[in-house]
Design a binder for this molecule. Sequence first.
Ligand code: ADP
Ligand code: MG
Length: 236
Amino acid sequence: KHVPDTKIITELQSKYNNIDETKAVKFTDLPLSPKTLKGLAENNYIEMTDIQRQSIGLALHGNDILGAAKTGSGKTLAFLIPVLEILYCKQWTRLDGLGALVITPTRELAYQIYETLRKVGVHHDISAGLIIGGKDLKFEKKRMDQCNIIICTPGRLLQHMDENPLFDCVNMQVLVLDEADRCLDMGFEQTMNSIIENLPPKRQTLLFSATQTKSVRDLARLSLKDPMYVSVHEHA
Ligand code: ADP
Ligand code: MG
């Protein structure tokens, strides 16, 4: 039988206050939409990794996040799941424009995030696009206003912000800064600062990094509001 989205959303949101991440083991232990849970299960994502368990609930709750966990710990789903849920709960449609922006240092990482989003988000009615260097700029420009979630590298994004009248981020709800330490190591500090200055201040920001350096803390100060700190230590 068909359950309307509005009913599902009200029920999900009523559970956000009672998330106990110490008890949650599987994705099904969290109040996630049936669309997301189906996408996760179909791709054999069953149990959460530590960074996912600790950050998804906080992000659903509306918090900004400063997350630190080493490479391979599952940070991609730690931010993609909240992104999907936030847009779903706002009943985002293809006509609502850019809802979430994911910035990552390299094209290769952008592709990987895009592929994960396509798999896990397949049951959502939301469009995603890659904005990375080395692709046809004109093609990217025309398609840009049709994307609800954009995965991008910093330099290329700033180029669109500067040159492309179709780039419109006034509705943007969620900003994800992925591998922030690497973005900074690669010399993108100024670019990142300029991008952040151009984004609407009323938004939720999720910043993930493998390491917490001084420059990451500077970027965090510039981009996050009252963040929750989530850090996963390696077990000896
Ligand atoms: P990070 O960004 O922290 O380096 P990724 O998000 O790229 O890590 O994930 C690393 C690998 O772990 C990927 O192959 C991904 O598919 C897998 N993975 C992530 N979360 C889970 C999970 N909950 N269950 C099983 N595999 C997972
Ligand atoms: Mg990663």
